[in-house]
Design a protein around this ligand. Sequence first.
Ligand SMILES: Cc1cc2nc3c(=O)[nH]c(=O)nc-3n(C[C@H](O)[C@H](O)[C@H](O)COP(=O)(O)O)c2cc1C
Length: 200
Amino acid sequence: MKSNILIINFSLRNNSGSGKIANYIKGAYGEKATVLNYIDLNLPMWDEGVWNKDPKWEELLNPIKATLKLCDGLVFVIPEYHGMASPAYNNFNLFLAAGDEVAHKPVLIVTNSNARGGSYPITEVRGLGSKNNKLIFIPEHVIVRNNVEVLNEVLNESNSEDKYIRDRIDYSLTILDQYCIHLKDISTKLPSDPRFKNGM
Ligand SMILES: Cc1cc2nc3c(=O)[nH]c(=O)nc-3n(C[C@H](O)[C@H](O)[C@H](O)COP(=O)(O)O)c2cc1C
């Protein structure tokens, strides 16, 4: 694969299913993929100091923004918690608002559950996600159900779901890579109007 992708694991747990999946995706994509674990960022809940450029926030957010700026595309690995996307995702989204680090970059959404869930976060993220940050969610997404049984170190030949989800991830990453390549210079060609910095 050709592009730099950033995989963000939005689990609030150590040793999470989302972390396992994020690392699997990194291995499948190759060396141009980087994993960021939300839980390692120690990000508090957003407060107004972010807008007022409070040095506490600048110190926390500047390295994250620099990492986001470097990538050509993203993979959001989002666990289903109580039929919702992990709240870590919503908090993170506030820090991206109206910034230019991620505008017009493609995102592959990957949700997961240790049972049969995973579909609710897809609709939630697609419905709420990108008014101000201007991320582009690609049409393809991946739902990893029964996450304990798949994407482990060795392919489980007796579970057809394991092979299926690995193939599905490869397919989706190939599509994401093409979006990365073709959207890369789009921001240089788009008009800019400070009145319309935020989406409507
Ligand atoms: C607070 C909480 C709520 C959860 N709610 C759901 C749920 O509504 N549906 C579901 O399928 N799994 C639910 N799970 C289980 C997750 O699917 C499971 O932990 C999975 O591995 C993804 O989360 P993780 O990345 O944090 O491990 C929940 C887990 C937690 C910690």
